[in-house]
Structures are given as structure tokens and as C-alpha cells.
Design a protein around this ligand. Structure first.
Ligand SMILES: [Zn+2]
Length: 249
């Protein structure tokens, strides 16, 4: 199987390309692009959270514990929490992830179990969408896609490493990364239950859901209170390279 360095290098390169693509082709703010690139890079080690004690588990849990409270700030602002409450909530989320999630993962996961699967890819994408609350739903889609791209690159690499190119044969690990279900029925059940619950949470989310470009006029009509003085930093419209036309008069 591909090593930790291979995974993190691939997802980081992918993340840089993803962030650079969003910056050069769309009207996205540089900080959004950099955060998307970073999320993609780090997500390349997430599937190996099931590999037991080691660098991927330790680093992923520590990083997630530090970043999730920061990403939740937008959501807490929506709930109008005071700065002090946000600090308390952030500290609590940090402790829960750092110590609770780490212990839980060590005890319930099996290597190449359902953490290496396509429904797990959907789960990390939906979780990111829910955590990264933002007034522009396309920014949330951008971050969720970044995490899914990093996570997905790990699964694809694991499958490529399952091919013995020298003897032109498939190793026994082939098909254990890009899969829809595994051998353990309760793990399958728990994974798909998570997919359903997260999908329901997204549909019930108070923030607007992303709409297709043809429905843009509808989105504007739904948000009349948005002031022209505070334009959205991420318009997510193709960046125009042509100079502005000269005024006729
Ligand atoms: Zn793996």
C-alpha cells in the first residue's frame, strides 16, 4: 500500500492545483483558495485513521481538533454566540475530538474497513459542508469538494498500489479501498446510517443550499437584505480576463 508520504504528497499537489484553479479561473478570494488547498492536502491522510496508533492517526486527530473549532466560527456567529461562549465551545470541541474521537477510532476501526470506502468519502464531504458554514453555499461546496478530493486521492492510490505491475497481477488488497461495502455488516449499517443522517441534516440546514447557475436570479431574490456595500468575497463566477470596456461618454 502507498505510504504516508506518498499520500500526503499527492493530496498536497492536488490541493495546490485545486486552490490555484479556483483562484485563476473563478473570482475566489486567495484565503479561501489557500484553505481549500490545505484541507485537500491534509485529507489525503484521513482514510488511514483506521490504521491504528501511528503518525496518520496522531496527526489527523490533532489537526482536526485544532481546525474544526475555527471552521465552526461562522456557524456559531449564525447562532449569535458571544465571543466567550465561542471560546468555551471551541475548547470543548477540541477536547472531544482530540481525546474522545482518537480513543473511539482506536477501539472501533479495522484497517481497510469502512474508512476506506466510497460512502466514507461522501460522509467526510457532507461533514465538511456542515462544519464550514458560510453565507455563500458554493464556498461550502468548495471546501467539501477539497476534502473529498484529498480523501479520494488516498483511496485511488491505495488501489493503484494493489496492482503488482511487475507480475501483472492483482494483490489481495485490490478492491478494499474504492468499495461500497465491506465484510462487516454492522460497520456497513453504521456507515450508511451516517450517510442518511448527514444528508437529512444538510437538507434541514438553515443556511441556503447551493443552486445551479440558472437559478441565480432566484438566489438574489431570496436575499434582499444583503447590502451592496459588503460584496461577497467569493462570487464564484468565471474570472474575466478581458479589460473593462472604455466608457463611451
Ligand atoms: Zn489507506
Amino acid at each position: 500500500m502507498a505510504g504516508f508520504k506518498t499520500h500526503i504528497t499527492t493530496s498536497s499537489v492536488l490541493g495546490v492545483a485545486y486552490g490555484a484553479g479556483a483562484y485563476t479561473m473563478y473570482d475566489a478570494h486567495w484565503s479561501t483558495c489557500m484553505l481549500g488547498a490545505g484541507l485537500c492536502g491534509v485529507s489525503g491522510m484521513l482514510p488511514d485513521l483506521d490504521s491504528g496508533p501511528g503518525v496518520p492517526l496522531r496527526e489527523s486527530v490533532s489537526f482536526t481538533a485544532a481546525v474544526v473549532p475555527l471552521l465552526l466560527i461562522h456557524r456559531w456567529q449564525r447562532y449569535e454566540l458571544t465571543p466567550e461562549t465561542m471560546v468555551l465551545a471551541g475548547g470543548l470541541v477540541y477536547l472531544l475530538i482530540r481525546f474522545g474521537m482518537g480513543r473511539l477510532l482506536k477501539s472501533i476501526t479495522v484497517h481497510r474497513g469502512m474508512f476506506h470506502s466510497l460512502p466514507a468519502l461522501a460522509i467526510v464531504g457532507m461533514l465538511t459542508y456542515l462544519i464550514c458554514d458560510h453565507e455563500n453555499p458554493w464556498t461550502r461546496v468548495f471546501f467539501a469538494t477539497a476534502v473529498m478530493a484529498g480523501f479520494g486521492s488516498h483511496l485511488v492510490l491505495d488501489e493503484i498500489w494493489s496492482i503488482d505491475f511487475r507480475h501483472l497481477r492483482l494483490k489481495s488488497s485490490f478492491g478494499t479501498a474504492l468499495k461500497f461495502w465491506g465484510d462487516c455488516w454492522w460497520a456497513n449499517l453504521a456507515t450508511y446510517a451516517n450517510v442518511i443522517v448527514l444528508a437529512l441534516m444538510i437538507t434541514a440546514d438553515p443556511a441556503p443550499l447551493p443552486k445551479m447557475p440558472g437559478m441565480e436570479a432566484e438566489m438574489v431574490a431570496e436575499q434582499p437584505e444583503k447590502s451592496k456595500d459588503t460584496p461577497d468575497r467569493n462570487a464564484w463566477r468565471p474570472r474575466s480576463h478581458s479589460p473593462a470596456p472604455e466608457p463611451i461618454f
